[in-house]
Ligand binder design. Structure first.
Ligand SMILES: *Cc1c(COP(=O)(O)O)cnc(C)c1O
Length: 419
C-alpha cells in the first residue's frame, strides 16, 4: 500500500492482515452508508504520515512547543483553504471529530443549564444537538423540534413556536437523516427573533455545499460546523467556522477549552482534501451524488419502496420498510450478506425502537466516488429489491454477492485492493 506497509507486516502481521481484509472488503462491496466515503490516496498518505509524532498545542504562531517550522504552515494552509472554499471569515480545523467540534460551540456560547434547541434524533437530528443521552442533553436544557407528520419535512412552524416559547440561547440546524434541502434562512430569522446563536451543522452535506449542490448556510449562520470525512471526502476530523466576531470565543473553546494538541496528520490531510474539493471535478462529483441519489430513489420507488418525504434532494435516502413486511435490521443484515452495506434507522414517528427500527438509511457519496452513475443506481435498486423481498434466501444472497463483486471490479475505490 505505501512505503511503511512492509514494516507493519513485519511488526504486526495480525493487524496488517486485518487491514488487508478490510481493504478488500471495501473494494468488493457496494457501500451505501450515507456518512462514509473513500478518501484519495493523497489524503491517505497525509493521514498516515509522521506528522502524528508532533505536539503543537495552541494555534499557528502561538504554540506551547517548539519545532513548529512545518506544522504552522500546514495548519495555515488548511485554514486558508477552508476559508476560501466555504467563503467564511474564520475557520478552526482542530476539532478531533464532529462531536467535539459541536461541543466547542456549546462551550463558546452557553453556560451549563442554558437552553439549546435542535432537531430530535428520531426526526433526523444528531446526538450532539441536545439528545437526552448526550452530554449536550444532560448538561444543557434541551428542547427539540421535529418533522411534519404529513410530509416528513422539517416543521419550521413548530421550530419557530418552540423558539419563541422556550427562548433558546443556541439553535441547531442539520442532522444525520434529512433527505431534503434545509432552508437555513428560516433558522436565521428565528434565531434573530429570539436572540439565539444560530449554528448550522453541515457534517453530512459539506461536500454538497462545497460543490454547489446544496445551498450554503454561511450567509445565514453565526457558526457552521462540519465533519471532514463524509461528503467532503477528507480524513476523520472536523472544522468550526464563523465570522471574525466569534473567532476568539470559538478558538478558545476548542483549545484550551476542550482539547490538547491538534492531530497534525489529520490537519494536513484536511488541507489536502480541501484542495481537492476546490478543483472543478469536485463540483461534478457533488452534483453526481445528488443525481445518483435521485436515480436510486426513483428506481426504488418504482419497486414499491416507501421513501420518507417521498424522495431526496441530497445524497441521502430514508426508507420505511413497513409496507415490505420486513424490519430495518434484518433487511440491513441480509443486504450486508449480499454485499450492500447500509444502516438500519428509525423513520419519523417510528413505533419501533432505535436498535430494531422500521427503516434503513442509505446514501450515494461512496458509490459516486467510485464513478458509478445512473445505470448502476438502477442495478443497485434491483439487487436491493431482490434481497429485501427474500431476506432469508441464502442462495439468492450468494448469487447477488457474486454479481456485486463483479460490478465492483469495474469501479475501483481509491486506496483499496481490487480482487
Ligand atoms: C456525523 C455527524 C456528527 C458527528 O461526527 P463524529 O465525527 O462522528 O463525531 C455531528 N453532526 C452531524 C449532523 C453528523 O452527521
Amino acid at each position: 500500500m505505501d512505503k511503511y506497509w512492509a514494516a507493519l507486516e513485519q511488526t504486526d502481521p495480525d493487524i496488517a492482515g486485518l487491514i488487508t481484509g478490510e481493504a478488500k472488503r471495501q473494494a468488493q462491496t457496494i457501500r451505501l452508508i450515507a456518512s462514509e466515503n473513500y478518501v484519495s490516496e493523497a489524503v491517505l498518505a497525509a493521514t498516515g504520515s509522521l506528522l502524528t509524532n508532533k505536539y503543537s498545542e495552541g494555534y499557528s504562531g502561538k504554540r506551547y512547543y517548539e519545532g513548529q517550522q512545518f506544522i504552522d504552515p500546514i495548519e495555515d494552509l488548511a485554514v486558508q483553504r477552508a476559508k476560501d472554499l466555504f467563503g467564511v471569515e474564520h475557520a478552526n480545523v482542530q476539532p478531533y471529530s464532529g462531536s467535539p467540534g459541536n461541543l466547542a460551540v456549546y462551550l463558546a456560547f452557553l453556560e451549563p443549564g442554558d437552553t439549546v434547541m435542535g432537531m430530535a434524533l428520531p426526526s433526523g437530528g444528531h446526538l450532539t444537538h441536545g439528545w437526552s443521552v448526550s452530554a449536550t442533553g444532560r448538561w444543557f436544557r434541551a428542547v427539540q423540534y421535529g418533522v411534519r407528520r404529513d410530509n416528513h419535512l422539517i416543521d419550521y412552524d413548530e421550530m419557530r413556536d418552540l423558539a419563541i416559547k422556550e427562548k433558546p440561547k443556541l439553535i441547531w440546524a442539520g442532522g444525520t437523516a434529512i433527505p431534503r434541502q434545509i432552508d437555513f434562512s428560516i433558522f436565521a430569522e428565528v434565531a434573530r427573533e429570539v436572540g439565539a446563536v444560530f449554528a448550522a451543522d453541515i457534517a453530512h452535506i459539506a461536500g454538497l455545499v462545497a460543490g454547489g449542490a446544496h445551498p450554503s448556510p454561511v450567509p445565514h449562520a453565526d457558526v457552521v460546523t462540519t465533519t471532514t470525512h463524509k461528503t467532503l471526502r477528507g480524513p476523520r476530523g472536523a472544522m468550526a467556522m464563523c465570522r471574525t466576531e466569534h473567532a476568539k470565543a470559538l478558538n478558545f473553546a476548542v483549545f484550551p477549552g476542550l482539547q490538547g494538541g491538534p492531530h497534525n496528520h489529520t490537519t494536513a490531510a484536511i488541507a489536502v482534501a480541501l484542495k481537492e474539493a476546490s478543483q472543478p471535478d469536485f463540483k461534478d462529483y457533488a452534483h453526481q451524488i445528488v443525481a445518483n441519489a435521485k436515480a436510486l430513489a426513483a428506481a426504488l420507488t418504482e419497486r414499491g419502496f416507501d421513501l420518507v418525504s417521498g424522495g431526496t434532494d441530497n445524497h441521502l435516502i430514508l426508507i420505511d420498510l413497513t409496507n415490505k413486511g420486513v424490519f430495518g435490521k434484518p433487511a440491513a443484515k441480509a443486504l450486508d450478506r449480499a454485499g450492500i452495506e447500509l444502516n438500519y434507522n428509525t423513520v419519523p414517528f417510528d413505533p419501533r425502537k432505535p436498535f430494531d427500527p422500521s427503516g434503513i438509511r442509505l446514501g450515494t457519496p461512496s458509490v459516486t466516488t467510485r464513478g458509478m452513475k445512473e445505470p448502476e443506481m438502477e442495478q443497485i435498486a434491483e439487487w436491493m429489491d431482490r434481497v429485501i423481498s427474500n431476506p432469508e434466501d441464502d442462495d439468492l444472497t450468494k448469487k447477488v454477492s457474486a454479481e456485486i463483486h463483479e460490478l465492483c471490479r469495474s469501479f475501483p475505490a481509491p486506496g483499496t485492493i481490487t480482487g
